[in-house]
Design a protein around this ligand. Structure first.
Ligand SMILES: [Fe+2]
Ligand SMILES: [Fe+2]
Length: 432
């Protein structure tokens, strides 16, 4: 009678050993899944994954390589026990890539894969390091990397069951590499889009400024008017606490508010005398013409045409072109109106010199609630005050108005007084 393969206790022991191996492998796989899901540090993920894989099957050494199709190269991302002399990268031919893709994530015995160029060129170093298996990491028909698996500590050969475990773990590592590649590609595209957006934004901003210069060149007496209004509008919007995009939009509205003047006759704009009713009518068309010019253009900030159309409206309804009252006037137009008037008061005109600082502050205070919206007037005065008190280091008004103007006697107390008074002003619509 043939001797049984096992004594009565042996099958039991073999089954228990196999069971604990499976439990152990599943545990490692679960750990690996958790590690792959944690995307905080890719390098750490790959290193830990390799250690889990080697540890779960008692493997002495191994490595994980990433494949770059562009460079035709497998570069080692993590290694253990391979020594310094193990190459950091292996060239991979397209033929080898195709062969790996055909077999998918399967463990190949190094000894059986000598036909591959990778092995014919590097077989000696793999053998010197006792690499027994290579496992291509294939996800969605794309070769993403390779596992190099050394010998088992027990000296046993790899069983089909061991290979299944290695391949399952290899697929996890492949997914981690795939995720990383996608993320890198996404970041690259996001960077590119951001760069493109910045370039477009800069081009838009330059175009707006060039337009403002073109508008200003028509008026020899108010040189730089549109540019200054753009800057005052920006300052006011900032003082009002607007966010960056809104501030940028407000400044564009300021730069372009007088674009309609491009169609007004030069001699009317440059008249060194007070123009007559007919000429005034012609000049007063510029807000509506500006609106017509700006309306068909797709601005990143929707209110730009409205600022051009209504920047000569007043809260008390005595403005033009439509004689709108306070709440009917778009907010941006109220800001531009103040910036526009402030520039008119603080620069020399053909028929009058610029007004001294104290007169301007008085005028703004007096007209707050009639022509100007109180909170917008306060924002402008607060901006000047923050500069005269030294709270703001950026000398925005000094650059626009000159040092002397900003150092006018008693300007700081005057601004404080005006701000106190305006604080209690109500706009015209609210008081009727
Ligand atoms: Fe205007
Ligand atoms: Fe203007």
């Amino acid at each position: 009678m043939a001797k049984p393969l096992y004594t009565s206790a042996e099958p039991q022991r073999a089954m228990t050993q196999n069971g604990s191996k499976i439990v152990h492998a599943f545990g490692a796989l679960a750990d690996l899944g958790a590690e792959v899901a944690n995307r905080s540090n890719f390098q750490d993920t790959i290193r830990t994954s390799l250690h889990l894989l080697l540890g779960s099957l008692g493997i002495m050494r191994g490595g994980v390589a990433r494949y770059s199709r562009f460079e035709g190269e497998l570069s080692l991302a993590a290694v253990r026990g391979l020594g310094d002399e193990f190459p950091l990268a292996f060239a991979l031919t397209r033929e080898d890539e195709r062969a790996f893709l055909q077999c998918g994530t399967a463990a190949l015995e190094v000894l059986d894969a000598r036909d591959l160029t990778l092995l014919s060129l590097n077989g000696w170093i793999l053998e010197a390091k006792d690499i027994e298996l290579i496992v291509p990491l294939v996800v969605h028909d794309e070769l993403l990397g390779m596992l190099f698996i050394g010998e088992k500590a027990s000296g046993d050969r790899y069983s089909p069951h061991d290979k299944d475990i290695i391949c399952a773990m290899g697929r996890h590592i492949g997914v981690a590499i795939s995720q990383r590649n996608l993320l890198t590609e996404l970041e690259r595209k996001a960077d590119e889009t951001l760069k493109l957006y910045d370039e477009m934004r800069a081009t838009y901003s330059d175009t707006v400024k060039a337009f403002a210069a073109a508008i200003d060149s028509k008026d020899k007496y108010t040189e730089g008017h549109s540019t200054r209004v753009g800057k005052y509008t920006e300052i006011i919007a900032r003082e009002l606490g607007w966010v960056e995009d809104e501030i940028e939009g407000a400044s564009v509205a300021g730069y372009l508010h007088d674009v309609g003047k491009l169609t007004v006759e030069r001699k009317i704009i440059n008249a060194p005398y007070k123009i007559d009713a007919k000429e005034s009518k012609e000049l007063n068309r510029h807000p509506s013409v500006g609106y017509e010019i700006l309306m068909p253009i797709h601005h990143p900030y929707a209110d730009v045409p409205l600022a051009a159309k209504y920047h000569h409206e007043r809260l008390d309804g005595r403005g033009y072109p439509d004689g709108l009252y306070d709440r009917e006037i778009p907010y941006i137009a109220k800001i531009v109106n103040l910036a526009d008037s402030f520039d008119a008061m603080t620069t020399d005109r053909p028929y009058k010199r610029r007004r001294p600082a104290h007169e301007v502050v008085e005028d703004l205070q007096k007209n707050s609630g009639l022509q100007f919206a109180p909170e917008i007037t306060s924002a402008l005065l607060r901006g000047i005050l923050r500069e005269t008190t030294g709270e703001l280091k950026d000398k925005r008004f000094r650059r626009l108005l000159g040092r002397e103007y900003m150092e006018a006697e008693n300007l700081t107390p005057m601004l404080r007084h005006a701000l106190d008074n305006i604080g209690s002003t109500q706009s015209i619509t609210l008081s009727v």
